[in-house]
Design a protein around this ligand. Structure first.
Ligand SMILES: [Zn+2]
Length: 118
């Protein structure tokens, strides 16, 4: 049975290791997943068909093109997460059962404006 897989996930997780080496921030599993989620929401999905781990699409040649966009998206996501680490926000909210989809803006309330600089 062939499977659909978002190849972008793998590209993001691969790139993240290298990108985050240069970023000073919490790199716990939660923060890394959060960065990946935000970055993946920014990036277009690249679905590929796999069967038993074999990729059917020619994605290797595409990967080069992704990398610049992926790196930019990861850096942007890392800045968001660094300002408001998800575990801090979750602790303040004091609740479980967060929807997995909520990657866009972890905090509601105090923050005003979106600073792009760093
Ligand atoms: Zn963390």
């Amino acid at each position: 049975m062939p499977n659909l897989k978002n190849h972008m996930e793998e590209v993001v997780f691969n790139q993240m290791k290298y990108v985050l080496e240069d970023v000073k921030m919490c790199k716990c599993e939660k923060c890394q997943m959060d960065i990946a989620a935000i970055a993946l929401n920014e990036l277009p999905p690249k679905y590929v068909v796999t069967e038993k781990g074999v990729l059917f699409s020619k994605i290797d040649s595409l990967q080069q093109q992704f990398e610049i966009d992926v790196t930019a998206a990861i850096i942007k996501a890392a800045q968001i997460v660094r300002k408001a680490p998800w575990h801090d926000v979750a602790a303040k909210a004091g609740g479980a059962g967060a929807a997995a989809a909520g990657a866009a803006g972890p905090a509601s309330g105090s923050g005003s404006g979106s600073a792009a600089g760093g």
